[in-house]
Design a protein around this ligand. Structure first.
Ligand SMILES: NC(=O)C1=CN([C@@H]2O[C@H](COP(=O)(O)OP(=O)(O)OC[C@H]3O[C@@H](n4cnc5c(N)ncnc54)[C@H](O)[C@@H]3O)[C@@H](O)[C@H]2O)[C@@H](O)CC1
Ligand SMILES: [K+]
Length: 505
């Protein structure tokens, strides 16, 4: 699914109106119906609904929604904020359509906003994608008052004041929505962690914008949905054997962190790898052989740390390295040797990233390799330096991937996968239960397994991150997010793959 800019969304609206012979007023009615459809499922008609409308089409949506909710027996009070003498045409059409008994309150001073209790529902329709400057003055005061009221706020299309695809200037007020209901496609701003407290829980509702326009629109930003990954999932063949599904090598684990190797290995096996060899420091031999009997185990000559590569490194189709390995000098040397010798794809995680990030010499060895990095935001900064905000982080992600011709799965609530072409694919599965030690080790195992099965590096990243998040979503139903462990996520990988390959009842 593509992510469009605010400007492209306006063009999509205009194109749909022009090419599909629908009036802009009817498109607004569709948007308001889609919004109220969601709203009715969430809130009871007994609740008071205060709808705050700005001067543009977002305000028009608010007026239309006020009318529709009133028809469905909600107790609605519309507010018109600021000077609307130059309001949009569709705003005016919807103002006229308000029934006699639904008189709007004109807010020309912040004091005209009533004291709202925390049982009140607010619909925020002040500004949408037409926002063209930071919100200050009266509108800013109204937003601050709504934010501090304790009422439950639902924003139409986007929290008012939030820029959809660039950094909102500091002086601009932004609605802190509990829910955001957006039209047709998500906005980039929703996917960035810094906006969590503004966007709240977000949903996208379809309004029938031209699919032709969306398909042809140029964008480097995507959301990965289930149907996307299902398209490149490879079904197993009846006459197949383990040799067809790749032989992976995991270089993981260290003294006191052998669990990282166990988790990566178990996730790798649960993601379909044909054969798995794990090399661990000597101290890990009995642990691996006992905890993961399906894996072959090699031991390093070093008792506690990774210090050497297996002799026949080229027989492996893919190498996953990093979880639990530490940053000893001997380990750094081994990573240098790995980058210098193998031509097979490598998945680098955790301390492998920290080691590479701290060494210009190793960074110089990254060019023209088949590499996937799976950093969390701190590890990513060790690769690219300090970042200013989430937009800056995205820019660094694209530049790093383009410069080194590699893939980076930058982990987060919406893990962002950067590609050498400068694209970014945001993931849409997963939950806060993943914020616990070991889930990253599991992800390394999943992606390594998929690369071993000859998925392209892009497919392995997108499918791997998606299925790992889906496993966590399935685990959520039985263990919840507080108690979830990495092992729970791995234990739910089978159901997650089943969910993708077979329609569930
Ligand atoms: N026909 C369409 O184009 C559709 C539009 N839709 C809705 O329309 C919205 C976009 O509408 P518009 O393009 O009219 O834009 P908005 O409603 O977001 O706001 C634009 C108006 O606000 C003013 N403005 C912008 N920034 C301001 C600021 N910081 N302080 C004070 N005033 C400011 C502008 O001068 C303009 O009058 C979407 O977000 C969506 O909610 C939907 O109804 C779907 C159909
Ligand atoms: K809004």
């Amino acid at each position: 699914m593509k992510i469009l800019t605010a400007a492209q969304t306006r063009e999509a609206d205009a194109y749909t109106i022009r090419e599909e012979g629908i009036s802009s007023t009817d498109l607004m009615e569709r948007a308001a119906k889609a919004f109220t459809g969601w709203f009715e499922n969430k809130f009871q008609p007994s609740e008071e609904v205060h709808v705050f409308c700005g001067p543009g089409n977002n305000g028009g949506d608010g007026l239309a929604a006020a009318r529709l909710l009133h028809e469905r027996k909600y107790k609605v009070q519309p507010y018109i904020v600021g000077d609307v003498s130059k309001a949009s045409d569709d705003f005016n059409v919807n103002l006229k359509r308000l029934p006699q008994e639904l008189q709007p309150i004109h807010v020309e001073q912040p004091s005209a906003v009533p004291e709202l209790t925390d049982t009140a529902c607010v619909v925020d329709a002040l500004f949408g994608t037409g926002l063209n400057r930071p919100v200050t003055g009266l509108y800013g005061e109204v937003i601050r008052k709504l934010n501090s009221s304790g009422a439950t706020i639902t924003s139409i299309d986007i929290p008012s004041g939030l820029y959809s695809d660039s950094q909102t200037p500091e002086e601009g007020a932004i609605t802190r929505a509990n829910y955001t209901i957006s039209f047709e496609l998500p906005k980039l701003a929703f996917l960035l962690p810094q906006h969590e407290n503004f966007v709240g829980e977000w949903h996208v509702v379809p309004i029938g914008l031209s699919q032709k326009f969306i398909a042809e629109a140029k964008s480097d930003l995507y959301c990965t949905k289930q149907e996307d990954v299902q398209q490149f999932l490879k079904p197993r063949k009846k006459f197949s054997h383990k040799g067809l599904y790749g032989h992976a090598l995991l270089l993981c684990g260290g003294y006191g962190k052998m669990g990282a190797a166990v988790l990566a290995a178990r996730a790798c096996l649960r993601s379909g790898i044909g054969l798995l060899t794990v090399q661990v420091p000597q101290a890990g031999y009995p642990i691996l052989q006992t905890a993961v009997p399906e894996a072959m185990t090699l031991t390093d000559k070093n008792r506690k740390h990774l210090s050497e590569l297996p002799l026949e490194i080229d027989k492996f189709d893919v190498i996953g390295i990093g979880p639990g390995i530490g940053t000893e000098r001997v380990t750094k040397t081994a990573i240098g040797q790995l980058l210098a010798t193998t031509s097979h794809p490598i998945v680098l995680d955790a301390d492998a990233i920290n080691i590479v990030g701290a060494s210009e010499k190793l960074k110089a060895q990254l060019f023209k390799k088949k590499l996937i990095f799976t950093p969390h935001p701190k590890e990513f900064e060790r690769l690219v330096g300090k970042v200013k905000n989430d937009y800056d982080r995205m820019q660094h992600l694209r530049e790093f991937c383009q410069e080194y011709g590699c893939y980076v799965a930058l982990k987060g609530s919406h893990t962002a996968i950067g590609t050498p072409e400068g694209k970014v694919h945001f993931n849409t599965t997963g939950n806060a239960g993943l914020a616990t030690g070991g889930t990253g080790d599991a992800l390394t195992g999943v992606i390594t397994a998929l690369v071993g099965q000859k998925y392209t590096l892009e497919e392995a990243c997108r499918l791997g991150v998606f299925v790992h998040g889906l496993a966590a979503d399935l685990a959520l139903q039985t263990v919840g997010d507080i108690a979830m462990t990495a092992s729970d996520v791995i234990d739910h990988l089978p159901r997650a793959f089943l969910h993708l390959t077979q329609p569930l009842p």
